[in-house]
Design a protein around this ligand. Sequence first.
Ligand code: COA
Length: 283
Amino acid sequence: MSESAASKPIPGGKDVLVEFEDGIAWVQINRPEKRNAMSVGLAEEMNEVLDALELDDRCGVIVLTGVGEAFSAGMDLKDFFRATDGISDVARHRAYRSTRAWQWRTLMHYAKPTIAMVNGWCFGGAFTPLICCDLAIADEKAVFGLSEINWGIIPGGVVSKAIATLMGDRQALYYVMTGKQFDGAKAVELGLVNEAVPKDQLRARTAELARELLAKNPTVLRQARMAYKFAREMSWEHAAEYLTAKVDQTNFVDPEQGKQQGLKQFLDEKTFRPGMGNYVRPK
Ligand code: COA
C-alpha cells in the first residue's frame, strides 16, 4: 500500500465526521441526538476512518471528540444489549469485534498520536476509547460516570480492564460500585485525563497540545509511545532487553537520525542541552 493516501477521500460522513486543520484530524462522533452513544454502525464507520487516517498525510495527530453536548454516552444500549439479545451468535460476535477493533485495539497501537477531547457526557463504554487514546483533555464540567451498577449490568466490554490501567483499585472500585458521577477536574485527579479546562478553552488548548506533538520527530514519538505501552506489560528483565533493542531499532528506522543530531548538538557543537529544551530538527 502507498505510504500516502492524501488524495483519497476519507470515509465516514454519517456517524463519524473528520475535519483537517494543519496536521490535526478532528474525528468527531456524530450522533448528537443519541448523545453520541456508540452503535454497531458507528463502529464500522470508525474502523474505516481510523484505517484511512493512519496513511493520510493530512493527519499527524488525531483528536477524538463528540459533536454536541456529549463525548459519548457509552455503548448504544439498544444495539448492544436489546438488539444483540435476539440475533445469531455470529452477528453478535461480529458487532463486538467491530467495536473492540476501534475502541482499543486500533487506538492503543495507532501509528499516530491520539488525544481524547472530552467535551461533555462520558459514560460506561466511552471510558475505553478515552483510556486508549494517548492523552486526554476534558471540559472541567464534563460529566463522567460508570453508571452500569445502577441499572443492572457491570462495566463490561473491556471497561473494567481499561480503568484498571489508569485508576488505582480503591478509586476504580469506588466508582464501579457506586456508579457516582464526577467532573473533569476529578478526572484529572483520578489520572483519567491530563488536564481539565473551561469549555471555551477546550478546543484551543487541545489544538495547542496537538501542535506540540506535531513539532516532534514523528518516528521517535511513535517508537516512544509503543515502547511505553508494551514495556508496561513486561517483566523488568524482558522490558530491559526489549527497550535496549527498541533504542537501536528506532535509530535504524529514523529518517531524521534524531539521536545523532541531538548528540552532535550537545557533545560537539554545544548548541543544545537535553534538559533545557528541544534540539533543532533538520529541515
Ligand atoms: N444508548 C442508547 N441510546 C442512548 C444512550 C445510550 N447509551 N444514551 C442516550 N441515548 C438516547 C436516549 O435514549 C434518547 O433517545 P430518544 O430521543 O430516541 O428517546 C437520546 O439519546 C437523548 O437522551 P436523553 O436521555 O433524553 O438525553 P439527556 O440529555 O436528558 O441525558 C444522558 C443525557 C447521557 C445523561 C442520558 O442519555 C443517559 O443517562 N444515557 C445513558 C448513559 C449510560 O449509562 N451509558 C452507559 C452505557 S454502557
